[in-house]
Design a binder for this molecule. Structure first.
Ligand code: AMP
Length: 515
């Protein structure tokens, strides 16, 4: 099974159903999408690329993204979608690490194609050459290429080589297989949301990451795919797109969700009015603080679902469903909304100590995942693969605890753990407290080396506009809420926190600042 077969099937079943939108403008039916993908695949093969070869997509969100992605798959190639915020030097590193042969790029990111070396070709996706590939030389004529079947692929063949976003260390290529993505896609319907052909997914976050992966369940359902005309994230644009096209679903990191909620409040919309623009907002990828999701629910209604996953088990770990979020009468509701929910259908989750033994409910250990969504391994890195997958379980590097009902609460990534004077401090816990302090907009807590304590806690705090904050008040607030040893020893008041393209706080950058 090749993921491109899903597209072929929908194209035959509902050829004229609109599939891809550039803003409100329909740009491809399901048949046209498949036809273009098949043409692109045939052209790549004509360049000498063989099944299994790597094709880079270094593009901002673009209406052609899905045609090219499925074009690579149609020809049995491995897609390497790259974060559009990367520096060209980092992209070149990936080109070499992946041994990529071809790259599709947008000119804003690669003004000079010669800047990327070692490839057979670098194609600007807005060029006339790319137009000819996608649309065929003579449009409307007999199309010999379309009748070619997608290349056969084994379920464990790599479909997507995902370079980890690099909040820690050097990126590694995660080999995500056709089976992994089929599993993720099917799981969506049981754990995240029902999808009908009238639904539409909007790509409000980078398509090179989780948001793009959600194209698969939406293709499975024959739904519509909307690439906002701005190509990026613009909350007001999303509200308007939803009003015109029908309620949108989307995946976003918590920082983006916050901005959508801000916009709803700024426009003075009721939760019902928000429902004209949004069907389901799936959040994940970074911690969503309990206060923030509560506010989102209050302002926009019950249209949120949380997922927890990582590149190594794409979008598939746990889910906190609409029903969980709605169940305010449950005695453990407060704890549940601060959790990441329960294991998604296709996987098992357990929490283990360093020896791999499962820990009892309530104890903090490393989160392990097992199932068909788990990556094949890291690209050309057997040592890292062996460290990450042991006895069939993926060691996520995330620390967490399960409760008696199977709800997982994340404490932190194991690398983020601060050990001060021999005591473990989970930054997340300190952040949750400080976020409730008056005048605080955002917080990130890291450990700084200290000769006496090994490490001490440092808090970077972004004040709300106009708020006058000082260390003394914040310290008093913490003293009132958490153990003394967890209190930050130092506060750095900053205008903004450094974040990556997906809205995750770059703790590596903050740690460098306190070294
Ligand atoms: P990536 O591989 O770049 O998608 O990053 C995955 C990491 O993001 C996970 O290992 C977690 O540390 C974090 N993450 C993902 N989902 C959530 C979530 N719902 N809540 C908190 N952290 C999350």
């Amino acid at each position: 099974m090749n993921l491109a077969h899903l597209l072929q099937r929908k194209a035959l079943e509902h050829p004229d159903r609109p599939a891809i939108f550039n803003g409100t403008l329909p740009v491809a039916t399901h048949f046209e999408w498949a036809e273009r993908a098949a043409r692109v695949g045939a052209h790549l093969r004509a360049q000498g690329l063989q099944p299994g070869d790597r094709v880079l997509l270094f593009m901002r969100n673009h209406p052609r993204y899905l045609e090219l992605l499925f074009g690579a798959w149609w020809a049995g190639l491995v897609a390497v979608p790259i974060n559009a915020k990367l520096h060209l030097k980092e992209v070149q590193w990936i080109v070499e690490n992946a041994g990529a042969r071809w790259a599709f790029v947008t000119a804003d990111l690669v003004p000079d194609p010669a800047a990327l070396t070692g490839l057979d070709g670098v194609m600007d996706v807005d060029s006339t050459a790319c137009d000819a590939w996608v649309n065929g030389a003579e449009r409307g004529g007999e199309d010999a290429l379309y009748i070619e079947e997608p290349e056969e692929r084994a379920p464990d063949d790599t479909a997507w080589l995902f370079y980890t976003s690099g909040t820690t260390g050097r990126p590694k290529g995660v080999m995500i297989t056709h089976r992994n993505l089929l599993t993720m896609g099917l799981g969506y319907f049981n754990d995240v949301d029902h999808v009908s052909p009238q639904d539409a997914i909007a790509y409000a976050a980078p398509m090179s990451h989780g948001a793009g992966l959600y194209a698969i369940p939406h293709l499975m359902a024959g739904a519509r795919h909307v690439v906002p005309a701005s190509g990026g994230f613009d909350a007001a644009e999303l509200f308007e797109l939803g009003r015109q096209l029908g309620p949108l679903s989307l995946f976003a990191a918590p920082t983006i969700v916050k901005r959508i909620v801000d916009e709803a409040e700024a426009q003075g919309l009721t939760p019902e009015q928000c429902g004209q623009s949004f069907k389901t907002i799936v959040y994940g990828g970074a911690p969503m603080y309990a206060a923030d999701i509560r506010r989102a629910l209050r302002s926009m209604g019950l249209r949120f679902v949380q997922i927890y996953g990582q590149g190594e088990s794409p979008m598939t770990g746990t889910a906190l469903s609409r029903a969980h979020l709605a169940d305010t009468a449950h005695p453990r509701h407060e704890a549940r909304i601060a959790s990441v929910g329960v294991a998604q259908t296709p996987v098992r989750i357990r929490v283990a100590g360093p020896d791999g033994q499962s820990l009892p409910a309530g104890e903090v250990g490393e989160v392990l995942i097992q199932g068909d969504s788990i990556m094949a391994g890291y690209w050309q890195n057997p040592e890292a693969t062996q460290a990450a997958i042991r006895d069939g379980w993926l060691w996520t590097g995330d620390m967490g605890a399960l409760d008696d009902d199977g709800f997982l609460t994340l404490k932190d990534r194991s690398k983020d753990l601060i050990i001060s004077g021999g005591s473990n401090i989970y930054p997340r816990e300190v952040e949750e407290v400080l976020l409730h302090a008056p005048g605080v907009a955002e917080v990130a807590v890291v450990g700084a080396p200290d000769p006496e304590w090994g490490e001490v806690v440092v808090a970077f705090v972004v004040p709300l506009p106009g708020a006058a904050l000082d260390a003394q008040t914040l310290d008093a607030f913490c003293l009132d809420q958490i153990a003394r040893f967890k209190r930050p020893k130092r506060y750095e008041l900053v205008e903004a926190l450094p974040k990556n393209n997906y809205g995750k706080v770059l703790k590596t950058v903050l740690r460098e600042r306190v070294c």
